[in-house]
Ligand binder design. Structure first.
Ligand code: FDP
Length: 285
């Protein structure tokens, strides 16, 4: 049985100069994941489902669990002096950890509850995270290019709770064993198949897409055995869930620019909280 902590600590030994701080940081995401999983498991019983009655900076209605997951994550890094600054999809301003603002070596970014339309229907959800170095100790550290990430990953809350991460040496997958409360190594050095059989996109919004995007989707639906078409639609409303399928089975996820009324003119995914971390995982796999 290889627990997440053991795996990370043993990996650290391969880097003699390591301070162990990145290891602690990654393990803390595991702790936050367990706490969020617990809230999701009893959400229908503890009155934390439904709308919070507030909107986030993107103008989206927040669910109570968006807010709760955000609080859990912020609190998780509020001790130990590891993190100086955090940015969250649910916060308008960066969060400065006052006790470690000048000393914490890391800046973190997260989407606390991705796929939040799934909260009230017991659907799959995720938490996405990205870890960067603190350079200047200011907001600028959060806005650096994606290739400067030192680790990234996600926690998937489905029939099982999974933690998937990379620190630039492959992608590793852990499953929460609820009876002992530990994430156990399930797949090491995951490889994403070069080609898949499914595509994930909200096709209900296709009227707002460019003709090229519409043509691409039609192309995926054509019959052509040699190139593996037609593809099947697999869209869950949770990027983490769809991405995870693609990590294991191959395929395509996209959220294209949507020019229709109420659509997102530059697509919906947030580069810092969603695209950078998942791109790092995809590249490593
Ligand atoms: P969310 O509902 O939490 O905002 O982050 C964007 C995202 O989730 C993705 O997880 C998901 O794939 C997509 O939006 C769903 O958006 P649509 O309801 O517009 O399809």
């Amino acid at each position: 049985m290889i627990t997440l902590d053991r795996y990370i600590l043993e990996g650290e030994r391969a880097h003699p100069g390591a301070t162990g701080e990145l290891s602690q940081l990654l393990m803390r995401f595991g702790v936050a994941g367990k706490r969020i999983a617990r809230e999701l498991a009893v959400g229908g019983l503890t009155n934390v489902l439904g709308a919070a009655g507030t909107a986030n900076v993107q103008g989206e209605q927040q669910k109570k669990l968006d807010v709760l997951a955000n609080e859990i994550l912020l609190e998780t890094f509020d001790y130990g002096g590891l993190v100086s600054i955090a940015a969250s999809e649910e916060l308008e301003q960066p969060y400065i950890y006052s006790r470690s603002a000048g000393t914490g070596r890391y800046a973190i970014l997260f989407d606390p509850m991705d796929g939040s339309s799934n909260i009230d229907v017991n659907g799959t959800l995720g938490t996405i995270f990205s870890i960067r170095r603190r350079l200047e100790g200011s907001e600028a550290d959060l806005l650096r290019p994606g290739r400067e990430q030192i680790a990234a990953g996600y926690i998937l809350f489905g029939p099982a709770v999974l933690l998937v991460y990379t620190s630039g040496e492959g992608v590793h997958l852990f499953t929460l064993e609820p009876s002992i409360g530990e994430f156990l190594l399930t797949l090491e050095a995951v490889r994403m198949p070069r080609q898949g059989k499914g595509y994930a996109v909200n096709e209900g919004r296709s009227r707002g897409w460019t003709p090229q995007t519409r043509a691409f989707v039609e192309h995926l639906k054509e019959d052509d055995r040699a190139s593996g078409r037609p593809y099947s639609t697999r869209y869950s409303g949770s990027l983490v869930a769809d991405f995870h399928r693609i990590l294991l089975e191959g395929g395509i996820y996209f959220y294209p620019a949507d020019a229709s009324a109420g659509g997102k003119a530059s697509g919906k995914l947030r580069v810092l909280y969603e695209c950078h971390p998942l791109a790092f995982v995809a590249e490593q796999a």
